[in-house]
Design a protein around this ligand. Structure first.
Ligand code: TXA
Ligand code: MG
Length: 323
């Protein structure tokens, strides 16, 4: 059984003793362990059920610590850090030899992020190494957790401490930007910072969806509820109950389709930030219903909606793009 606490010192003691702790960040809850303790890192891989070749993000207290983990911190990384850290940004840089081997799954690169959430920052300040690995605190392939109860649901049988900081403010993961070739920045995962914010911060356009720039570990990101999930255009969505007579349909979208009971319906906000904030929570709520299929209305084809569109596509189990 996991234990839940609001005591940051208790959580820090446990991390310093080499044991994992789930904690809140501004995006989603992370499954944290001391990034400098390979034994602790391997406990996170096994708890999550994540293949060890899938690299994890290392969370730091200050952007200046990037130089401890990266072989080189290019000017573009410094510029983005000045503009957007602390915040929901992860930078992938060339890794410094001998640092973060376990966390990076043996890859020659390292993913670094400086979270903004006050509890995450207090915790990092109390951990001796000031560096925590923290993949999203869900079991492999499940929707990311945006409240402590979601973590407890996924790790019901685990010996885990959960630091409860209430609901996360952003609700969707950080934007991952690859800067291993500093002249050609790459969008490796759409996230809470929109593409426009990243491009404004960098001062140049960014590559996305190019073949051959897949982020290792992205395969784990199915974000799936237990039921089958289908993403439908507006007309199909409005008719989803009638067109799936063999199924018990739950739905999430901008307008309620005919024939859906209140308990099987989740309203999606037309503001992409609110849609992001509620996405995983709403999927987890629909998952707990008696529905056999979850229908979701396609979101607008605008860059601001990329993160939600990406997570929904992956949740269908047919990821598109750079897999
Ligand atoms: O918002 C977040 O980023 C959350 C919170 C807890 O901080 N963390 C999170 O971690 O989403 P995780 O492990 O679930 O996602 C890690 C992402 C994956 O898309 C992975 O491909 C990418 O970061 N990544 C990690 N290390 C990488 C590397 N060395 N090269 C390329 N991509 C990497
Ligand atoms: Mg994840």
């Amino acid at each position: 059984m996991p234990e839940t606490t609001t005591d940051v010192n208790q959580a820090a003691d446990r991390l310093n003793a080499g044991r994992p702790v789930a904690f809140p960040t501004e995006t989603v809850y992370g499954l944290g362990a001391d990034a400098c303790n390979d034994g602790a890192v391997s406990q996170v891989f096994s708890l999550k059920g994540r293949p060890t070749g899938h690299p994890m993000i290392i969370h730091l207290l200050e952007p200046s610590q990037m130089a401890d983990w990266a072989e080189d911190v290019p000017a573009s990384a410094r510029r983005l850090a000045d503009e957007l850290m602390p915040g929901p940004l992860t930078l992938v840089l060339r890794r410094r030899g001998g640092r973060g081997d376990a966390a990076s799954g043996g890859h020659p690169t390292v993913a670094l992020r400086v979270p903004e959430h006050p509890i995450a920052r207090q915790l990092l300040g109390k951990v001796k190494s000031k560096a925590l690995v923290a993949p999203s605190a869900n079991r492999f392939g499940r929707p990311s957790p945006t409240e402590a109860g979601h973590v407890a649901d996924d790790f019901a049988d685990a010996d885990l401490l959960i630091l409860d900081g209430g609901r996360t403010t952003l609700g969707i993961e950080s934007t991952v930007v690859g800067l291993t070739e500093p002249k050609s920045p790459q969008l490796l995962r759409a996230g809470a910072y929109t593409l426009n914010r990243i491009e404004d911060g960098l001062g140049v356009a960014i590559l996305s969806g190019e073949p051959g720039i897949a982020a290792p570990g992205n395969l784990d990101s199915h974000y799936s509820p237990k039921q089958r999930l289908v993403v439908l255009g507006k007309d199909d969505f409005m008719n989803c109950v009638a067109s799936m007579p063999q199924e018990r349909v739950a739905a999430m979208g901008f307008k309620k389709p005919g024939g859906i009971e209140d308990g099987l319906w989740q309203q999606m906000s037309s503001d992409h930030r609110l849609a992001e904030k509620n996405l995983y929570r709403q999927l987890r709520l629909l998952e707990k219903t008696k529905a056999t299929v979850i229908a979701v209305n396609k979101v607008p084809l605008k860059t601001d909606w990329h993160a939600v569109a990406d997570r929904l596509m992956r949740a269908t189990g047919i990821p598109s793009g750079s897999e």
